[in-house]
Design a protein around this ligand. Sequence first.
Ligand code: 13P
Ligand code: SF4
Length: 326
Amino acid sequence: AEQRVELKERIKRLLKEKQAVLVSHYYVDADLQDLAEETGGCVSDSLEMARFGRDHPAKTLIVAGVRFMGETAKILSPEKRILMPDLDATCSLDLGCPADEFTAFCDQHPDRTVVVYANTSAAVKARADWMVTSSIGLEIVKHLHEQGKKILWAPDKHLGSYIQKQTGADMLLWQGSCLVHDEFKGVELDLLKAQYPDAKVLVHPESPANVVALADVVGSTTQIINAAVTMDADTFIVATDNGILHKMQAAAPNKRFIVAPTAGNSATCKSCAHCPWMAMNGLQNLADLLENIDSPAISAANEVFVDAEVGKQAVTSITRMLDFAA
Ligand code: 13P
Ligand code: SF4
């Protein structure tokens, strides 16, 4: 614990000294979330991370999250230096949607408006008309549907079918999934609900349809934290990465939070309710990164680069979302 406190102090000092700003996602290590908040950075969902990164005047941003979050920051601010504690932190949705296959799929359906989830590579975003995050995907698809547009959606099939059901839009779905949310189980959740009849169920829409069907609130990480604060209940069952409990518990200290049931327990299932890639962000690699921030080795190992041409194309789809959200 002592070492933890020391590392946190060192990181705080270095962030200031190197004039770098820390942006953390709700799924990363609790200390990294606290550090972001305590040092004038931000801890939030992927929409807010993108907006914060774009608007902050700092020349250096440290993104504690997964690769696509760093790339989105770079695409929105090519002039900024974007660093990540571990560049290998990826996402099963991104991995499951290679740009060449995706482009071929889009080419087969030229009549469809291409909407991609934020959890994709820069090259996939470059092929899209719109990029959306979980907090605003539904509204954007609703808007496009009202304009009579047919949609090609990628890559998350669960989020896609949830939005399809809610809006009635004509959506052709890529068949990707999040390895964390895909593990939540509807039947077991139903049994748990019976044990806690007064509990409200908060679900991230990357979860399977039979889990979403049992939800009282479906939303992005920020939206379900807000629901936990505002809803009149003492107990909540939460179907998303357990990293969120840190903020949820802090925001609603008198309430009780239970993680929704998954296929296995933590001994048998490495990705059950916690993203292995988000977990690659830690105090030690963040401290090491900051300590050596001026060395060329850091540029090689920790800096996010996006091809300028790809970035130029991708920025349009992201900016459409930010303008829509504004
Ligand atoms: P949010 O945009 O809701 O934070 O989700 C990002 C993510 O990776 C969920 O798994
Ligand atoms: Fe990707 Fe799922 Fe991890 Fe989010 S939790 S980064 S969607 S693998």
